[in-house]
Write a protein that binds this ligand. Structure first.
Ligand SMILES: NC(=O)C1=CN([C@@H]2O[C@H](COP(=O)(O)OP(=O)(O)OC[C@H]3O[C@@H](n4cnc5c(N)ncnc54)[C@H](O)[C@@H]3O)[C@@H](O)[C@H]2O)[C@@H](O)CC1
Ligand SMILES: [K+]
Length: 454
């Protein structure tokens, strides 16, 4: 885990703590505006710039940036939608001695900096704001958003009306959920975080970073590296993918509880019996990929639940789990949106809030998959994955994820950390596999992804 993610309210509280400790809002705004100017300078090389300023502190950052850029010799125009309404923004406006034109009169420039609204946005943009923003974005060669593109919901990643695409978004102080949640995240271009001296010590949400995983040492043997048991069912290919992924993600011993053919020679295959799962050396059981939903599938799931070992529950297992929550064994559930809705019903709130509520109800870690996968623990911790390649949207990639998480659990990580680590490995393997990947390629590339975690 590395970069904290704060809601708008948490950001305000972090800001208030810094202010209470003696730093003024004006100082924070000066740092934010300087960071915007520096990013614009590096990103656009001092080309003519138009800065759009809103009425709040986001606009205040824009006025500071205008002054800083002009001091570097950049041709800067400023357009405002409304006069500043906070003391700090008023002071920043007063310190800008160039002209300020109304938003609708602004001429386009090669670099557009959007400092209209940040975390204080409370409703969709009026057409009187959205239309000029759209026109000026279309007339620019490069677009930079201050903190957030104006018009996105900071806490839930919603896009409240038409919002142009940006090339760079400079998050101020900390990431906000919208920097990672869709559909907002797709509009932001590259996301960078500016340190403005507002720490977030108690953050419960983080962007998932490359995990640090131990290399096998001289005392290790196949069982100490982690034994994963994969429980197959009606569709053997899915279980094979999960088993292969567990192997390539670094498990020392992978048992596929089925006598059939296929898989690597190193995969141990045994005829299914519930007794297979009582082996005390098993560090994780993966059940669900290709399981089916008939009585036999249900019996296999029950055997897995009864084994008392850490579990990864995916796919068909999730369809059979409704009456079995909360779970007793440590577990990671990996639903996509459809499986999530079937298991937990129609929950209100953002993806983060839904995953959190589901984790509490399940008494287990819930990894809600998608282009913006969210991992939630029952104790409210949240991990959000960095954007993963869209090529992952193909058959079998979820089975690979389940297997990778199984390897992490068997390697000794607790469920939340295992889910985050498995998700990171999965995304990294996808980046390595490249365009038009298939799930089998992911399995192959997991080994290099795992190697990058030492
Ligand atoms: N949190 C921090 O530590 C810091 C925050 N700063 C900046 O301050 C921003 C937050 O400032 P504010 O809380 O003043 O909020 P904003 O500047 O995002 O906007 C709030 C203002 O916009 C109005 N408004 C909201 N939605 C609107 C809509 N759809 N149409 C028209 N008007 C609307 C509100 O009534 C209010 O006047 C951050 O995004 C960041 O850019 C920086 O200045 C410095 C440090
Ligand atoms: K903005």
């Amino acid at each position: 885990m590395s970069d904290p993610i704060l809601t708008a309210a948490e950001m305000r509280a972090a800001e208030a703590a810094v202010i209470a400790a003696g730093t003024s809002v004006d100082t924070l705004m000066a740092r934010a505006g300087a960071a915007v100017a520096e990013a614009a300078w590096r990103f656009a090389g001092g080309c003519p710039t138009l800065i759009l300023c809103g009425p709040g502190n986001n606009g205040g950052d824009g006025y500071v940036a205008a002054r800083r850029l002009r001091a570097r010799g950049v041709s800067v125009h400023v357009a405002a939608w409304a006069p500043p309404r906070t003391d700090a923004a008023r002071a920043a406006r007063a310190a800008w001695d160039g002209p300020v034109v109304p938003l609708e009169d602004a001429p386009a420039a090669p670099l557009l900096i959007d400092a209209l609204f940040g975390t204080g946005l409370t409703r969709p943009l009026d057409d009187a704001i959205a239309a000029p923003l759209d026109r000026l974005a279309a007339g620019a060669a490069l677009r930079l958003a201050v903190d957030l593109p104006s018009g996105v919901g900071s806490d839930d990643g919603a896009v409240l009306g038409p919002v142009p695409r940006f090339d760079l978004t400079l998050a101020l102080g900390s990431l906000k959920p919208a920097h990672l949640l869709q559909p907002a995240a797709a509009l932001m271009g590259r996301v960078a975080v500016a340190d403005i001296g507002v720490p977030a010590p108690g953050a419960t949400m983080h962007r998932i970073a490359r995990p640090l995983l131990p290399e096998p040492g001289p005392a290790d043997h196949k069982y100490s590296r982690g034994m994963v048991a994969v429980v197959p069912g009606a569709m053997p290919g899915a279980a094979l993918l999960a088993a292969g992924a567990a192997q390539r993600a670094g498990a020392g011993y992978v048992l596929l509880a089925d006598e059939g053919a296929g898989g690597a020679d190193a995969l141990v295959r045994r005829r299914w019996s519930p007794d297979l799962l009582t082996d005390a050396r098993i560090g994780a059981i993966v059940v669900g990929p290709g399981l089916g939903r008939d009585d036999d599938a249900r019996a296999r799931l029950e055997a897995a639940l009864a084994a008392g070992r850490p579990l990864v529950l995916d796919a068909d297992a999730l369809a059979l789990l409704r009456d079995r929550l909360p779970l007793e064994a440590p577990a990671v559930l990996t639903p996509h949106e459809g499986e999530f809705a079937r298991l937990f019903g129609d929950m209100p709130g953002s993806k983060i809030e839904r995953a959190r509520a589901a984790a509490r109800r399940a008494g287990a870690v819930v990894l809600l998959k998608g282009a913006d996968s969210v991992v939630a623990a029952p104790d409210s911790r949240i991990g959000i994955a960095p954007p993963a390649p869209g090529w992952l949207a193909s058959a079998g990639t979820g089975d690979v994820l389940a297997g990778a998480i199984g390897a992490m659990l068997a390697g000794g990580l607790p469920p939340f950390e295992a889910a985050c680590a498995g998700l990171w490995l999965h995304g990294d393997a996808a980046r390595r596999a490249g365009p038009a990947l298939i799930a089998d390629d992911l399995v192959t590339h997991l080994a290099a992804a795992r190697g990058a975690c030492a």
